[in-house]
Design a protein around this ligand. Structure first.
Ligand SMILES: NC(=O)c1ccc[n+]([C@@H]2O[C@H](COP(=O)([O-])OP(=O)(O)OC[C@H]3O[C@@H](n4cnc5c(N)ncnc54)[C@H](O)[C@@H]3O)[C@@H](O)[C@H]2O)c1
Ligand SMILES: O=C(O)[C@H](O)CO
Length: 386
């Protein structure tokens, strides 16, 4: 029997019992629930990652919905328990939901929410930050200064790569991949090559228009190319950023063989999911290619890094902070809460997960809809006409 987990309670007499496995930024998400007669229980355990047993203890005998985290194992055990407790609403506080067994949720009729759109620019900005930091060796130079090693300007000191006119590669040109591509193209006048299962028509049109603007102003136009294979991106890219979902087709997408065809001085950035990269192979590649650099926000065995990675000077590593801007994290909490609330209230599902702005405007009530339910079709949920 799992020992009880500490909680903070809002609106104790609320009709519906909603659990959040973590405290989340802002208070709007709480108010949106309590205003709709929900009792909100926020887990205050100091454990960073809750176990299935911890969450089972939180769910208890009666629970109408849960807001969970990408670090939690949402499968048969938790969805069956939630269903037994009368609950049919779950949301990840994340756009990625590879930690969720959606088939298990379908089996118990539980809606699975996620939080797309609100983190697109924030995540893309961190990928761009890692790209620049790696290309100009900013972290190494910072450590050099703090170590008191600087004794004057030198022609070769921390020489890095110019981005202008170089090729930025994107694997996974969805919301975040396209936003990142635009930042690198419009910000640094890079040329794009991308690989995705689908054509990124809107991105192509933006790059074409920007190229025409530059040409009309006497500058070298930027270009785009849709690669016929991932290998084409890896061969041609100077800076390559990974933005696919994590599923069985993208597990170890970047492996020893694919690393070997990349330019020796290329930069690889990963702000998608750690297992998209074979991290053991990456460490070996970094050891054998000191001019190859990486910027990593996610890791194969989070929260741990594979042996040797922490020692690599040609690696920049940060702890899964790509969506960590105040506006974005508060917005993710709001969307996750509204997914759960919407399912509890029987609201329809918003028709455009790429435009969640109406749910984020603090000056007006959110639409009576669930922002994003990934298994809406499986559950036969109604689509909103708003
Ligand atoms: N590090 C972070 O904090 C952070 C923040 C946000 C999102 N993410 C991750 O980024 C992912 C993408 O988010 P998004 O909002 O851009 O999602 P999205 O669905 O808009 O884009 C994902 C893209 O990946 C493409 N794709 C899928 N399988 C592919 C394959 N085998 N090869 C090439 N492309 C493939 C899809 O076609 C789609 O265009 C999320 O699923 C999540 O795992 C991480
Ligand atoms: O999938 C996501 O949303 C990120 O990994 C967390 O912000």
């Amino acid at each position: 029997m799992a020992k009880p987990v500490s909680i903070e309670v809002w609106n104790p007499s609320g009709k519906y019992r909603v659990i959040s496995t973590k405290a989340m930024p802002g208070t709007r998400w709480i108010r949106l629930l309590t205003d709709q007669d929900c009792r909100v229980e926020i887990c205050t355990s100091k454990k960073t990652i809750l176990s299935v047993e911890d969450i089972l203890a939180l769910i208890g005998e009666k629970c109408d919905g849960v807001i969970g985290q990408l670090t939690e194992d949402w499968g048969e055990a938790l969805f069956s328990a939630l269903s037994r407790a009368g609950g049919k609403a779950f949301s990840n506080m994340a756009v990625g939901y590879n930690n969720v067994d959606v088939n298990a949720a379908n089996k118990y009729g539980v809606a699975v929410g996620n939080t797309p759109g609100v983190l697109t620019e924030t995540t893309a900005e961190l990928a761009a930050s890692l790209s620049v930091a790696a290309s100009r060796r900013i972290v190494e130079a910072d450590e050099f200064m703090r170590a008191g090693l600087y004794d004057g300007w030198l022609p070769h000191l921390f020489v890095g790569n110019l981005l202008k006119g170089q090729t930025v590669g994107v694997i996974g040109a969805g919301r975040i991949g396209s936003a990142y591509a635009r930042m690198m193209i419009e910000g640094f006048k890079m040329n794009l090559i991308y690989y995705d299962l689908y054509q990124a028509t809107r991105l192509e049109k933006f790059v074409t228009a920007y190229g025409e603007f530059l040409k009309a102003n006497g500058e070298q136009p930027v270009t785009w190319k849709r690669a016929g294979s991932m290998e084409e991106v890896l061969r041609e890219g100077d800076v390559i950023s990974l933005h696919p979902i994590l599923d069985k087709t993208t597990y170890h997408l970047i492996n020893k063989e694919r690393l070997s065809i990349m330019k020796k001085e290329a930069i690889l950035v990963n702000c998608s999911r750690g297992p998209v990269v074979d991290e053991v192979a990456l460490v070996e590649h970094l050891k054998e290619n000191p001019m190859f650099r990486v910027g990593l926000d996610v890791f194969e065995d989070e929260p741990y890094m594979k042996p040797g990675l922490a020692d690599m000077k040609n690696a920049i590593v940060v702890p899964h902070i790509a969506s960590a801007s105040k506006w974005t994290r508060e917005g993710m909490a709001t969307l996750a809460a509204l997914n759960v609330l919407g399912k509890i209230k029987g609201y329809p599902v918003w028709s455009n997960p790429n435009n969640v702005e109406p749910f984020l405007n603090e000056n007006s009530p959110p639409p009576a809809a669930c922002p994003s339910i990934v298994n809406a079709k499986n559950l036969g949920l109604t689509a909103s006409k708003l």
